[in-house]
Design a protein around this ligand. Structure first.
Ligand code: F6P
Length: 442
């Protein structure tokens, strides 16, 4: 099946203007051209990565959909030493936020002659003067070792603000480039600011570094912080297994974050191969009846003596009632963990089957920790790519990595859909193989 991305301008990144200044980084690139490990700035990274997908496009190679590669340019838009830069972190916490802030400050100050970076406090709220959040000045000294702390030294908040007011704030502070570290809602906000700036004819760049432990941003492979979060979540699953195996009729039930996408549940479950059932928003299930989840669980406990169930917070919402939404406009979800705990307990009781249920919800503990080394590396490299893109005058785009290449993605594309676990994809197949849970629980 061909992907739905249309050919043509979808993947084109906006520019503030001609790059007229020699880049201080040019010395590192020299006459290098595309090779197995490096994509030259004049080259493009293909969107598709299988022969069948390319064949289905039925267009000449030059017209295949492709992304602009990340990395330093030989010429830049902002004269080195002149750019004034702002950074803001928005939305829920995510491991690696401080790594990205530090990476931005170090790259800007070490290579592009930036003296200090303006940090806007508490998300977009910090770009609205009436809220009274004073900016902070970030220097290499100030960001030293912040990567060892979880959270964000800038603070964060959810919710949209008026893009006209935020654009005014950038102008007041003399900002040339704004880096927005946030999720899909924050990226929509960044696009809104970029549009206002373009309409006003102001050469101010807006560059996003997509953040979400849910890994639900499309086209960029994995989002930073995801690896750390599922690694921590896996510890809860391991604990659930130990508890379940030590008890009569032991069931370990673990609820993990994942509002619309079940990636954390899947990866955390696969990490230790400990789960008997994984329930995610993308794969609906029935509770009752012989083929339903509860009967399957009872059989598994009878066969193996115990079982571990991993449930993503957005799973099974069709079985519950919920209402309202949060400040980001996300639907408020009913608590599926507590619901499942009650239903499992009453079902085993009704069937006269012994049960010792231990319920674990690691909650915010999976996202408030510092990034682990692999995420830290990713954060630094995303920050470097973001700085290179910004200095080259790119705007209204996010940086990401796809098929192991760093790329520039227009924000409009990054927020055009949600990355979700495909029920007919190889990740879900791995879950079915690992858990041996029924293909369908209906
Ligand atoms: O969006 C990421 C996420 O971690 C979701 O999985 C979760 O539903 C949400 O944040 C909770 O965040 P908060 O309670 O801060 O709104």
């Amino acid at each position: 099946m061909t992907t739905t991305v249309a050919l043509g301008t979808d993947l084109k990144v906006s520019n503030l203007g001609e790059c007229r200044f020699d880049s201080p980084l040019a010395k590192y690139i020299g006459g290098r051209r595309t090779n197995e490990h490096y994509v030259d700035e004049d080259d493009r990274v293909l969107f598709d990565d299988t022969i069948s997908l390319v064949r289905e496009r039925a267009v000449p190679v030059d017209r295949l959909p492709s992304f602009e590669p990340g990395g330093p340019r030989r010429q830049v838009f902002f004269a080195p030493g002149t750019a004034r830069v702002g950074v803001v972190t928005c939305g829920g916490l995510c491991p690696g936020l401080n790594d990205v802030i530090r990476g931005l400050v170090l790259e800007l100050c070490t290579h592009y002659g930036v003296g200090e970076v303006t940090g806007f406090r508490y998300g977009y709220a910090g770009l609205v003067p009436g809220n009274g959040h004073r900016v902070t000045r970030l220097t290499p000294d100030k960001v030293d070792k912040i990567n060892e702390q979880g959270g964000t030294i800038l603070g964060t908040s959810r919710g949209a603000q008026d893009p006209e007011v935020m654009a005014d704030t950038l102008v007041e502070h003399g900002i040339d480039i704004l880096f927005v570290i946030g999720g899909d809602g924050s990226m929509r906000g960044a696009a809104g600011i970029a549009q206002v700036l373009t309409r006003r004819g102001l050469p101010i760049g807006v560059i996003g570094i997509p953040k979400t432990i849910d890994n639900d941003i499309p086209y960029i492979g994995q989002s930073f912080g995801f690896q750390t979060s599922f690694t921590v979540a896996a510890q809860s699953i391991q604990a659930a297994r130990v508890e379940a195996q030590s008890a009569i009729g032991g069931v370990g039930l673990v609820r993990v974050m994942g509002r619309h996408s079940g990636f954390i549940a899947c990866y955390a479950a696969l990490a230790n191969h400990d789960a008997d059932f994984v329930l995610i928003p993308e794969v609906p299930f029935a509770l009752d009846g012989d083929g339903g989840f509860l009967a399957c669980l009872r059989r598994r406990v009878t066969d193996r003596g115990s079982a571990v169930v991993v449930v993503a917070e957005g799973a099974g919402q069709e079985l519950l009632t919920s209402s309202g939404s949060d400040a980001s406009g996300n639907a408020a979800l009913a608590d599926v963990g507590v619901f499942m705990k009650e239903r499992i307990t009453s079902d085993f009781e009704a069937a006269g089957q012994p049960l010792t249920l231990k319920y674990i919800d690691p909650g915010y503990a999976i996202r408030s920790v510092p990034a682990q080394a692999s995420d830290s590396v990713y954060c630094v490299r995303l920050a470097q790519a973001a700085v290179h893109a910004a200095m080259a005058g790119r705007t209204d785009m996010v940086v990401g990595r796809r098929h192991n290449r760093f790329i520039h993605v227009p924000i409009s594309l990054a927020v055009s859909m949600r990355n979700r676990v495909a029920p007919d994809g190889d990740l879900w197949l791995s879950i079915l193989e690992s858990t041996a849970q029924p293909f369908e629980m209906r």
